[in-house]
Ligand binder design. Sequence first.
Ligand code: F6R
Length: 608
Amino acid sequence: MCGIVGFVGKKEASPILVEGLSKLEYRGYDSAGVAVLKDELIEVIKCKGRLKNLEDKLSEEPIKGSIGIGHTRWATHGEPSDVNSHPHSNKNESISVVHNGIIENYLNIKEWLISKGYEFLSETDTEVIPNLIDYYYNGDLLDAVMRAVSDMEGSYALGVICTKEPDKIVAVRKDSPLIVGVGKEEYFIASDIPAVLNHTREVYLLEDKEFVVLTKTGVEIFDEHKEKVSKDIYHVTWNADAAEKGGYEDFMLKEIHEQPKAIRDTMASRITKGNPISLDKIKLTKEDLENFNRIYIVACGTAYHAGVVGKNIIENLARIPVEVDIASEFRYRNPILDNKTLVMVISQSGETADTLAVLRESKKKGCRVIAITNVVGSSVSREADDVIYTWAGPEIAVASTKAYVTQLVAMYIIALYFAEIKETISKKEIEDIKEELLSLPEKAEKTLEKKEMLQKFAAQNYMHRDMFFLGRGLDYAVSMEGSLKLKEISYIHSEAYAGGELKHGPIALIEKGTVVVSTITQMDLKDKMLSNIKEVVTRGAKILAVTFEGNNDVEKSVDSVIYIPKTLDILSPILSVIPLQLISYYMAKQKGCDVDKPRNLAKSVTVE
Ligand code: F6R
C-alpha cells in the first residue's frame, strides 16, 4: 500500500526519485508526487493518476536539488486527488513527509492540532504528520520526528525533509516496510529493494521503530531511545533485470512464464532423490510434531488459497489436523492458540498487515510460527520462529502467479517433511512423490504451451459478465484461485464452487451460455465431477474443462478441453492453475485492462 522513496547525494534527486517510484508503482498507483529541497526551500510536485502524469508535470516544471522524497499512493483516507497526494507539508512548507501506512488516531491528533491553530488542506491521515513534527520541532529534526511518532498509533514508513536541516532525510518505520540503500556518497530509502537496485545492492533492512538519518556523507541508525544501532548490510544477490519485463508485454505474463524456474528454485536442495527432505534450518522432531494437536495455516487472498491446498495435502500425507483461515477473520475470532498449536503464515510480501498481526498474536500465545514468504528480510521472515523462503524472485504484477505456485511447492515440502518424520506414508511413496515433484518444472513448461488455445477461448468469451469455476477437492482449491485471478484483473464477476455444492443454491444462476471452467484432475472424483458438469450443461452452460492428458472421455461431456501433462492427483494444483491464470490474463487483455495494475488494488496490503 503506497510506496515511498528518498534520495540524498550529489546528483539531481527528482529523476532518481521518479525512477525509484516506477519500481514501486505496484504498491499503489492512484497518485504520485515528489518533494525536493534546494537552497533551504522545498518544492513539491504531485498529481492524481499514474506516475506518467507526474513525469509529464516534472518535464514541464523541472525541480532542482539533490535531496528529496517521493511517493506513489494507494488511497485509504481521502479519494485520489491532487490535494490528497503525497508529499504532505506543514503550512509554511518547511517540512515535507511521505508516508506508507495508516495513522489510526489521526482524527484526535488533527483536532488537537487544530486547537493549537494548525490548518489542514487534505482529507488524509498523513497530513497530521508534518504538522505534528512542526509542533515538536525545536532545532532537531530527528528529535521532532521521534516525538511525533510517539503520539501516533497505526502503521508507518516515513521519509521527512525539513528546510531548517537541508542536508538530511529522517526516516522511520513501524509495521510498514522500509529499507535503506547504501551507495557511494549517495543514500536512499525505499519501501522495497527494486527501487534502489539500479544504484546499489547494499541495503539495511530496518526493524520497527528504527530511525535513520541520511546525509551525503552517511547513514546513522537509532533505536527509539536515540541509542545508535549497528546493523549488518544485506547484499542483494538477485539482478535488477528480475524486476524488469524482459521482453514480455506485461509483468504478469512474464511471471506466469517464470513459473517452471520458480518451482525448480523453490525445490532446489530441499528435495533431492534418495535423501530426506531438507527444510532449511528448521528442525522439528517426531516429538515436536506429536506435541502439536493442530496446525493453523493463515494468510490472505492468493496465499490463503495456497493454504487451502496445504490443508488438504498435510492432512492427507502427514495426518495432522489442519485448519486454514483468512488472516483478517482469524485474528478477530479468538482462536484457540497455545504451545500445542503450530501456526503457518503464508505471505508473498511478508508485510500483509493482517497476516503479520496473526503471527504476532500467535507468538504471544506461545505457538511456534513458521512463515512462508518470498521476501528476504520482510517483517514475517524476521518475526517468525522459522522461515521457508519461496524462491519465486521479485513478483511485480499485482496479481500473484509465480508466488502462488511456489507457495504450493512449499506446502508439498512441508507435508512431505512431516510425513517423513511421522512415518505416515512409506519411504517408497515419499520417493515417488519427490520424483514426480522434480518433473513438474518441465511439465509446467508443457502446460504453458497451451496458451494459444486459451487465448482463443478468451477471445470467444471475454464479453461475458459472469463466469464460474467448478472443482472438487484440490480442484476446488485451485478453482478458488482461478476465480480470484479472473475477477481481479479482468473485472468479470466470477465464483468458484465445489462441484457437489452447486445444486444447493448457486445452480439457479446458470442459464443458457453461462461459461463454466471445470478442473478435473482428482481421478477418484472424476465421475462425480462429470455428473456435476451434466447438471449445469442441462441448464445451458458452456464448459471448458482442464484435465490430464489421457482423459479423452471428458470431451464427450464438455464443449472444449485443455489437457495438462499427467502427474499425481495430489500434485495437480501446480499444473492446473496455469491454464486458469492464462485464461484470466487473456480475458483481461481482450478487454483492454491493465493487467499489471488492476483498478483499486495494491500488491502489498500493509493496512488492515
Ligand atoms: C491476488 C493477490 C492477493 C495477495 C494477498 C496477500 O492475486 O496477490 O490476494 O495474495 O494480498 O498478499 P501476501 O501474499 O503478500 O501476504
